[in-house]
Design a protein around this ligand. Structure first.
Ligand SMILES: Cc1cc2nc3c(=O)[nH]c(=O)nc-3n(C[C@H](O)[C@H](O)[C@H](O)COP(=O)(O)OP(=O)(O)OC[C@H]3O[C@@H](n4cnc5c(N)ncnc54)[C@H](O)[C@@H]3O)c2cc1C
Length: 380
């Protein structure tokens, strides 16, 4: 059987490799550095739903993904005996102004209508009170929203679990430390950074921000590049906080209690930057804002400062599926800020396409063919 080449060992590539291995495909995953070297090796792991209003195919896809991830993780835990630190904690969002309460109450009705899956239902509660100090009194002066759909996972543990699951399969080979420099779809060949060459039957490009130059090179003339990098900084604090506490999210600040006595704080969103991996005063500011929101964090020690590059497609939506010009090339990237909640479903769609057995609907704005078409016509 000819091999599936997966380019990139982040959350996207690992799920793709696992889906394919479970289907009995022979898989080679190649990462230019190592698994988790990209954005997926970060600290946050918020699994956040879209707002429940103005419902559309994209929101439905993400909702289904967030609900189904729970079972996927239970399966992985059973297979590997490892935990990725997943918990459906819900999310608290302080209401900054009194009038936002009316809007939130409307959203509660929207959630009531749309956040249903079989006999399960998730809520957008509007409340006056939350857990003590989480957030502090000032932040909840006008009340808060508690959504019961949001969850969190430890990004690095998630990658460890996926790798462990992959290593159980005799069909999978993982090669780290040497990336793909160029892809020749006509001959099913990839040139690697060390000058060697490998052949493939099918290839999935899941290289995070490294995907875009590979896609551009395969796509002929386009009026813009297929995507860019948006830098983000985050921090990890040592704090004995109840790991069952919901994610706090307000005005760009996330506070996430993880299972192991750590709290993650994020994230900046930077379109221009000199050093992709440096942290600076923008992160200091985030940490300060987080401590104002959750006073229990004021004395907490910062144990890690981290920065990474999010893959953002030109169309802003994830980019998934077969390349319109090359039947043996698929794309799986552009998850931007929400990859951890949807990667398993995007990967399944891509692998379904290879297997020729479609099993899930994909919003058209996510489909690679439509991205490339838009880039050629430049109606982005
Ligand atoms: C600060 C910050 C906070 C975030 N918070 C969240 C969050 O709370 N929830 C969430 O869902 N998302 C979050 N994200 C976004 C999320 O991390 C990314 O969308 C996701 O990790 C992208 O995964 P990926 O697999 O597409 O790419 P990556 O994780 O970047 O993986 C790509 C891999 O491909 C490899 N590679 C690159 N080029 C090549 C090549 N040519 N050949 C071979 N290998 C190559 C890289 O070494 C890397 O290992 C955050 C991102 C940042 C930066």
């Amino acid at each position: 059987m000819s091999e599936l080449l997966v380019v990139g060992g982040g959350i996207m590539g690992l799920w793709a490799a696992l889906c394919a291995a479970r289907r009995g495909m022979a898989v080679r995953l190649v990462d230019q550095q190592r698994i988790g070297a990209g954005a997926s090796g970060g600290l946050l792991g918020a699994l956040m739903p879209h707002m429940p209003d103005r419902w559309n195919a994209k929101k439905q896809f993400q909702f289904d993904a967030l609900v189904s991830l729970e079972d996927e993780i239970a399966q992985l835990e059973a297979e590997t005996g490892l935990s990725p630190g997943y918990r459906r904690t819900g999310r608290l969002m302080p209401l900054a102004k009194p009038h936002l309460r009316d809007i939130a109450l409307q959203h509660a009705q929207d959630a009531d209508r749309h956040w249903r899956a079989g006999d399960r239902q998730f809520y957008w509660h509007v409340r006056d009170e939350g857990p003590e100090g989480w957030p502090g009194v000032e932040a909840k002066a006008h009340g808060l929203v508690f959504d019961t759909l949001a969850a969190r996972v430890s990004p690095r543990k998630m990658l460890t679990v996926l790798r462990a699951a992959l290593l159980q399969s005799p069909n999978v080979e993982i090669n780290e430390g040497c990336g793909v420099r160029a892809i020749d779809p006509a001959h099913g060949r990839a040139d690697l950074g060390d000058g060697s060459r490998i052949t493939f039957g099918q290839c999935i490009i899941a290289a995070g921000v490294g995907s875009f130059p590979l896609i551009d090179a395969l796509s002929g003339p386009m009026k813009a590049t297929s995507g860019t990098a948006v830098k983000g900084q985050a921090a990890l604090l040592k704090a004995e906080v109840d790991p069952a506490l919901p994610v706090i999210f307000t005005d760009g600040v996330y506070i996430i209690a993880h299972d192991d006595g750590h709290v993650a704080i994020g994230s900046t969103s930077e379109n221009s930057f000199a050093d992709p991996s440096a942290t600076d005063e923008q992160l200091d500011d985030l940490i300060r804002r987080a401590a104002l929101l959750a006073p229990g964090l004021r004395e907490a020690k910062v144990v890690e400062r981290w920065a990474g590059l999010r893959p953002k497609s030109a169309g802003r939506e994830p980019m998934v599926g077969r390349h319109p010009d090359h039947p043996n090339i698929l794309v799986l990237t552009g998850g931007f800020k929400v990859s951890f909640g949807i990667a398993h479903r995007l990967a399944r769609f891509a692998v379904d396409e290879i297997a020729g057995v479609p099993s899930i609907d994909m919003p058209s704005s996510f489909v690679c063919r439509d991205h490339i078409e838009a880039l050629r016509e430049k109606h982005l």
